[in-house]
Ligand binder design. Structure first.
Ligand SMILES: Cc1cc2nc3c(=O)[nH]c(=O)nc-3n(C[C@H](O)[C@H](O)[C@H](O)COP(=O)(O)OP(=O)(O)OC[C@H]3O[C@@H](n4cnc5c(N)ncnc54)[C@H](O)[C@@H]3O)c2cc1C
Length: 372
């Protein structure tokens, strides 16, 4: 006999667990199937920013969702801490993008003005070199300015993932590792999943399998045109605190290490390795921003794959042909975790939502294709 759940979530990364945790709070019996340690998992290799800055230049809905999620984060972090006993190490002092080139700074300022004009939830300021130095006394002499947004922050992403898993289980959720979802059949309002751990049934099925969504979505009449974009990150030995704010390239973690990384490499495909030339370029830039990093020892470096839609906006949709099947994909699953927990989960549970299905469904890609 297949085990039956109200909802099964495929994928135990940040997106799947944030949604699953929110669904258990709705009183539903929820299971998360994850394929295990050998699949791609952006949630185990990301930079940990809660980053509103620059999001949604052409989509006020995305800018507002992102800003809203950032506002939900403090209560979300508190709830995770309470339910799991693990502190996700949230700090939201505001975030900075630092610039070594006046042209690049001006271009980013123009982008930020465009977002702010269309998304009322959004605020930013452009700082000159002197303004940057007031916030970062250790900044290098080559820095010409910065963009500052007050909503931004960072967490420890691995502690967040662990806290989500423990909170989910503490709330009655069932976590099933080594349960790769291979196939889905539907009938009489029930989804029957063939998994590596046996057959499972559910009334609602959520695809939150990261890059795996591309294969699963057509099984329930959905489309998830997601592709990998590699990012590489390196981390230094622990250093005395010197970075009071996260920046888009560098942040000092709650443990004192300094994390460096912002590469975007779609050309790497499904290769999640590292390249010395990319790492060296990031290290050189980091040292120009903060010369005191020059003697710091790098203790680890890794690559991980972002989950990117063609327009870089999230994807949230319920299947028309298979009602009760939902897809959720995004490239900022740390930033949006609080929204996935507090907005997307209730929407999946049938408690409405702020028009997400209209703003973030996959039909937008069909329209783009036919216009080309
Ligand atoms: C280098 C890098 C830096 C980043 N920095 C940030 C940042 O600073 N801030 C931010 O907000 N976001 C950041 N991100 C993005 C963020 O990490 C992702 O948006 C988020 O982790 C996506 O979570 P997910 O659960 O959708 O996917 P994943 O974390 O990839 O998890 C998907 C899970 O589903 C499993 N799975 C796949 N197929 C199946 C199947 N058929 N059956 C069962 N399980 C399956 C996989 O094994 C995996 O465990 C970064 C990403 C990268 C790569």
């Amino acid at each position: 006999m297949a085990r039956h759940f109200d909802v099964i979530v495929a994928g135990g990364g940040l997106v799947g667990l944030s949604i699953a945790c929110g669904l258990t709070r709705e009183g539903l019996r929820v299971a998360v199937c994850d394929e295990g340690e050998h699949g791609f998992c952006a949630s185990r290799g990301n930079f940990g920013l809660i980053w509103v800055q620059g999001k949604g230049a052409d989509s006020p809905a995305y800018a507002n969702l992102t800003a809203h999620s950032a506002r939900l984060w403090p209560a979300f972090a508190e709830r995770l801490r309470g339910a799991s006993g693990i502190d996700p190490a949230l700090a939201q002092p505001g975030g900075f993008s630092l610039y070594l080139d006046t042209g690049e700074l001006a271009a980013k300022a123009a982008l930020m003005n465009r977002i702010e004009a269309r998304a009322p939830d959004f605020r930013h300021e452009t700082l000159d070199a002197e303004g940057v130095r007031r916030h970062f006394p250790d900044v290098g002499p080559e820095v010409v300015g910065a963009i500052h947004t007050p909503h931004d922050g960072h967490v420890n992403p691995l502690k967040t993932l662990r806290a989500l898993l423990i909170a989910f289980q503490a709330q009655g959720g069932v976590y099933l590792p080594r349960h790769h979802v291979a196939n889905v059949e539907t009938g009489a309002g029930v989804f029957t999943l063939s998994t590596a751990g046996g057959s499972l049934e559910c009334g609602r099925f959520v695809l939150a399998a990261g890059l795996g969504n591309a294969r699963l979505a057509p099984l329930v009449g959905l489309r998830a045109p997601v592709a990998p974009v590699r990012g590489q990150i390196m981390i230094t030995e622990r250093l005395p605190p010197f970075l009071p704010y996260p920046t888009s390239l560098i942040r000092q973690t709650d443990e004192g290490t300094v994390q460096i990384g912002e590469s975007q490499e779609p050309e790497a495909g499904f290769d999640d390795g590292t390249r010395p030339d990319v790492l060296a370029g990031m290290a050189r830039r980091a040292i120009r921003l903060f010369p005191r990093l020059r003697p710091a020892r790098v203790v680890r470096a890794w690559g991980a794959l972002r989950i990117m839609t063609p327009d870089a906006l999230p994807l949230y949709e319920e299947s028309r042909s298979h009602p009760g099947a939902f897809v959720a994909s995004c490239h900022s699953g740390v930033t949006l975790a609080a929204a996935h927990h507090g907005i997307i989960a209730p929407w999946i549970a049938g408690k409405g939502g702020p028009g997400l299905a209209e703003d973030f469904h996959a039909e937008r890609f069909t329209f783009q294709t036919s216009a080309d």
